[in-house]
Design a protein around this ligand. Structure first.
Ligand SMILES: C=C(O[C@@H]1C=C(C(=O)O)C=C[C@H]1O)C(=O)O
Length: 158
């Protein structure tokens, strides 16, 4: 991986904040693509230590600059710990802006893939995922960086 992409893929602070900064005045928007209760994929259940087949809170968004998706993200939260977190009221506000306000937030090591997003047709160089925990609440956040972001920021292809 190029050092330029490593700086994005390995970053452990808020991607929302980084995108806004890199956007340098471009309008940032979280476009909500899907939000519902559903069954996580087997690899998602495994990453969260969830019993396969259990329902979870699923959210898919595109993180857009000037209306163009730079990152697509899918988040999965087990239902058991969801009560009280009010995630269903997030709408088009960034999950990251809520998460990073939690004082006891812990983040797992970041796993990286060169494979495509399994939930979205847009193509890009890298994907990553990690689990955020605060108290008993857990959410798996999977983010795929898109070619449009590389083009706009003059990043190498990988
Ligand atoms: C975890 C973050 O939140 C981002 C915002 C998301 C959302 O609103 O659903 C999802 C994943 C992230 O790309 C972050 O900003 O780092």
């Amino acid at each position: 991986m190029s050092p330029d992409w490593w700086a994005w893929v390995a970053s452990r602070d808020s991607l929302t904040a980084r995108l806004i900064e890199a956007g340098a005045g471009r309008t940032f928007r979280v476009r909500l693509l899907d939000q519902r209760l559903g069954r996580p994929r087997p690899d998602e259940a495994r990453a969260l230590g969830l019993t396969p087949g259990r329902l979870a809170w699923l959210r898919e968004v595109a993180l857009c600059l000037e209306g163009q998706p730079w990152v697509v993200a899918r988040s999965v939260a087990p239902l058991a710990q969801l009560r009280g977190s009010r995630l269903d009221r997030l709408g088009e506000r960034s999950l990251g802006s809520w998460l990073f306000r939690q004082p006891d937030l812990a983040r797992s090591p970041i796993e990286i893939t060169a494979g495509p997003a399994p939930f979205h047709p847009a193509r890009g160089p890298w994907g990553r995922r990690s689990v955020f925990r605060h108290g008993r609440f857990a959410v798996l956040v999977q983010e795929f960086f898109l070619d449009a972001m590389a083009d706009e920021l003059g990043l190498p292809s990988r």
